[in-house]
Design a binder for this molecule. Structure first.
Ligand code: RET
Length: 289
């Protein structure tokens, strides 16, 4: 009996050892998949170019508020380059075992010459959205000339959305709870959409920034809606699209438009309209406290 038990324990231990995936394995897994690795490297390159361009575009901006918008906007590609570099390195990606009832339950992947139970999960994306999206909202809120409480609300809800989205992607124990967290994240997202579509357009109209704000608002709302859609159809959700490379390109394409194109339009406007920016908003005004 004891001998049998010992053999079982040893077998279980060797099983665990076989399942261990190192950062190097993840790095190689990504490099071996051209579609997947190109979706990450393309963003590293574009974020790098955006940083150089945005620094050049903002160097003549002088007023405090315009500089705050500029720094917030510059942070978007700065966070992005760090996010994609950590994904590519294998630091923030791994394999998640899907729970019972999920379409990819029991799915395996070949990693470092071994068969591993789990689905490739670049979870660092969700983590770093927590740091990039608040800056997008901060820049938009400042252009709209909103007050601190509304900006705080939008950013708080946005952080809630990203963190619960991360939980939804990483849960291995329960299929139901993956979707519960997806639902919670969507509820946070609705609050962000409400601020963007209802609160800030009014502020922007009063501040005289309605034109640029409405362009950026439409760009943001339409593109941001794409993220939960990809989550729902990709390997994390219904697994209608199973290819990690395809879903990764989906997110990367949205990122290119929602970050670099968005930020470029915003900065070009700020550089040309500094006087409008510095005159608007109660943000930062002593009366606001
Ligand atoms: C998740 C899944 C859970 C439900 C919802 C999501 C929304 C994500 C969004 C992400 C936007 C990211 C951007 C990144 C730029 O740096 C987490 C996918 C609602 C809206 C704009």
């Amino acid at each position: 009996m004891i001998e049998h038990a010992l053999v079982d324990v040893t077998a279980a231990q060797s099983d665990i050892v076989l399942q261990q995936v190192t950062q190097g394995d993840v790095f190689e897994f990504i490099q071996d998949d051209t579609l997947l690795s190109s979706s990450l490297w393309a963003n590293i390159a574009l974020a790098g170019l955006s940083i150089l361009l945005f620094v050049a575009m903002g160097r003549k901006v002088e007023s405090t508020r315009a500089r705050m918008i500029w720094v917030a906007t510059l942070m978007v590609p700065l966070v992005s380059i760090s996010s994609y570099a950590s994904l590519v390195s294998g630091l923030t990606a791994g394999f998640v075992e899907m729970p019972a009832g999920h379409a990819l339950e029991g799915a395996t992947a070949m990693v470092g010459g071994e068969e591993v139970t789990g689905v490739f999960q670049p979870w660092g994306r969700y983590l770093t959205w927590t740091f990039s999206t608040p800056f997008i909202l901060a820049a938009l809120g400042m252009v709209a000339g909103t007050d601190r409480a509304t900006l705080f609300t939008a950013i708080a809800m946005d952080i809630g959305m990203c963190v619960t989205g991360l939980a939804a992607a990483l849960i291995e124990s329960s299929h139901l709870l993956r979707w519960v967290f997806f639902g919670i994240s969507c509820a946070f997202f609705l609050a962000v959409i409400y601020v963007l579509l209802v609160e800030w357009p009014e502020d922007a109209a009063a501040a005289g920034t309605a034109d640029i704000f409405n362009t950026l608002k439409i760009l943001t709302v339409v593109l941001w809606l794409g993220y939960p859609l990809i989550w729902a159809v990709g390997a994390e959700g219904l697994a209608l699209v199973e290819s990690a490379g395809l879903t990764s390109w989906g997110y990367s394409a949205l990122d290119i438009l929602a970050k670099y194109v968005f930020a470029f339009l915003l900065l070009r406007w700020v550089a040309a309209n500094e006087s409008v920016v510095s005159g608007s908003s109660s943000l930062g005004a002593p009366a606001d406290d």
